[in-house]
Design a protein around this ligand. Sequence first.
Ligand code: ADP
Ligand code: ADP
Length: 234
Amino acid sequence: PAFVEIDGVAMRYGGADGTLALRDCTLSVARGEFVAVVGPSGCGKSTLMRLVTGLWPASAGNVVVAGREVAGPLSVAGMAFQNPTLLPWRTILDNVMLPLEVVEPHRRRLRREREAYREKARQLLRIVGLDGFEARFPWQLSGGMQQRASLCRALVHDPQLLMLDEPFGALDVFTREELWTELQTACATLKPTVILVTHDLREAVFLADRILVMSARPGRIVAERRVPFGRPRT
Ligand code: ADP
Ligand code: ADP
């Protein structure tokens, strides 16, 4: 069954003569599937991500996630972008735990529950090699390390949907490939539905079950390929 369904979506920024970013864009992603979206710069990939996560409303067409029309920001989604977006006044651990506070801000949590969350955050930081840095502040770490922490934050609340907009784009090639494996490890236990935007075809082939190709603006899906060989998934 489809977890994300986008049907005939159009998106025009800023009034009738504004930029038409997407037109007649249709795709569907199964629950637990890992999909990569590739396409030329400016074709509307980030716009697509904003529509799926409910950050922008579509100008036309339907966006359905988990059987419901998307009408506002989705808290079931974890998100990571090209640059780390950590809060400078919070430690790495407290940054990673942020979604747990934001998703249900009014709910009082039992101490045991908070402890379980903290353990979850620590476990993710271990997976990406940041154990020992929990109490540091973002500015005390390298850009690559901050990006790893941002990825942990996207995963900490067990999101059913993981939206990754070029999360490895700004990293050097070695760090990037290390993080691919770390992302796979994290996804193997959480099994979220993933939509990854990337410029890197090797990355798409390595990580995704299926690759969707977008046309130049106005973007729509013009081709798709199932990745034909198995990935090492533990
Ligand atoms: P991609 O992620 O594929 O590079 P984007 O979705 O960022 O593409 O952009 C698609 C088109 O929409 C581009 O022409 C871009 O200039 C335009 N666009 C993106 N965001 C905005 C915005 N907030 N306001 C106006 N135009 C925008
Ligand atoms: P990157 O941004 O790819 O992590 P850097 O050259 O900035 O690259 O850092 C390389 C490595 O050095 C990091 O991955 C990390 O292991 C270590 N490192 C960088 N900054 C710090 C820091 N402030 N404290 C401890 N180790 C660090």
